[in-house]
Write a protein that binds this ligand. Structure first.
Ligand code: IYR
Length: 255
């Protein structure tokens, strides 16, 4: 059995990933129509030179992304956040179920409430749940249970995976691969935040999920996956002196 790196991760630890944790044997909602296809509109036909240049430029922009934990309170236009959420919503998902909800919090009192909930849980995480090995592995990042950025940054995006949902007829709808689908959408979101010239940091509010879900008024079948503080870095922001693995280290080529 493989060890999960995240104790909050409740997905099966198997190399053979099952599409869904629970078995849904209700076939009453099956739709046997094959579904019409429409022509795929091909938008681009770059020359190899253009492809090389564009892919290189995108890589360089994304390579500048860093997880930042020091924010200024400078506001971000809501319309920019909307485009970032739209981008996340373009992600592929199991059976096109789009199993995600993105709660956007800009209200100051609510950000402070969220910070209190998370800091209270993180205090227990750091002092009791995480253990010495984990704390030691985090030394280079320098995190503690204190999360001032949660109430300083312009916008919090709380990402929920919908474990299942209900369709228009009130039938329970299975969300295949809900966790990986939502995680992929967050990858697109990180790219969109970087493209907008803003910063964020992927945070996993361990054990705070249910309380966050309740104050945000979300359904019980929606589970907090991640929380992103979004905004501008503070003037004196610092980041760990990390290097990335080289292409040779991450690419296994069979040409
Ligand atoms: N969620 C905690 C702890 C933490 C865990 C890992 I793994 C990190 O890469 C960073 C932090 C926190 O946000 O402090």
């Amino acid at each position: 059995k493989l060890e999960s790196c995240d104790p909050t991760d409740d997905t099966p630890n198997s190399e053979y990933i099952t599409p869904n944790g629970d078995i849904d044997d209700d076939d009453s909602a099956f739709n046997f129509d094959e579904g019409e296809h429409v022509p795929f509109e091909k938008k681009f036909d770059y020359t190899e030179e253009e492809m090389l240049q564009k892919s290189r430029q995108f890589y360089e922009e994304m390579n500048d992304r860093r997880s930042v934990r020091f924010f200024s309170n400078r506001p971000v236009p809501l319309r920019v956040i909307e485009n970032i959420i739209r981008t996340a919503g373009t992600g592929p998902s199991g059976a096109h179920t789009e199993p995600w909800t993105f709660s956007v919090v800009r209200d100051q009192a609510m950000k402070e409430q969220i910070r209190e909930i998370i800091e209270a849980e993180e205090k227990v995480n750091y002092e009791k749940r995480m253990g010495n090995k984990w704390l030691n592995d985090l030394k280079a990042i320098g995190t503690t249970y204190k999360k001032p950025y949660l109430s300083v940054c312009s916008t919090l995006i709380v990402i929920f995976k919908q474990v299942y949902s209900f369709d228009e007829r009130g039938q329970r709808k299975t969300h295949y691969y809900h966790e990986i689908s939502t995680a992929i959408s967050v990858g697109l979101m990180l790219a969109a935040i970087q493209k907008a010239g803003l910063v964020t940091c992927t945070t996993t509010p361990m054990n705070a999920g249910p309380r966050l879900r309740k104050i945000l008024g979300r359904e019980s079948y929606e589970k907090v996956l991640l929380l992103l503080p979004v905004g501008y870095a503070s003037e004196n922001a610092t980041v760990p002196d990390f290097k990335r693995k080289s292409l040779e280290d991450i690419m296994d080529l069979h040409d």
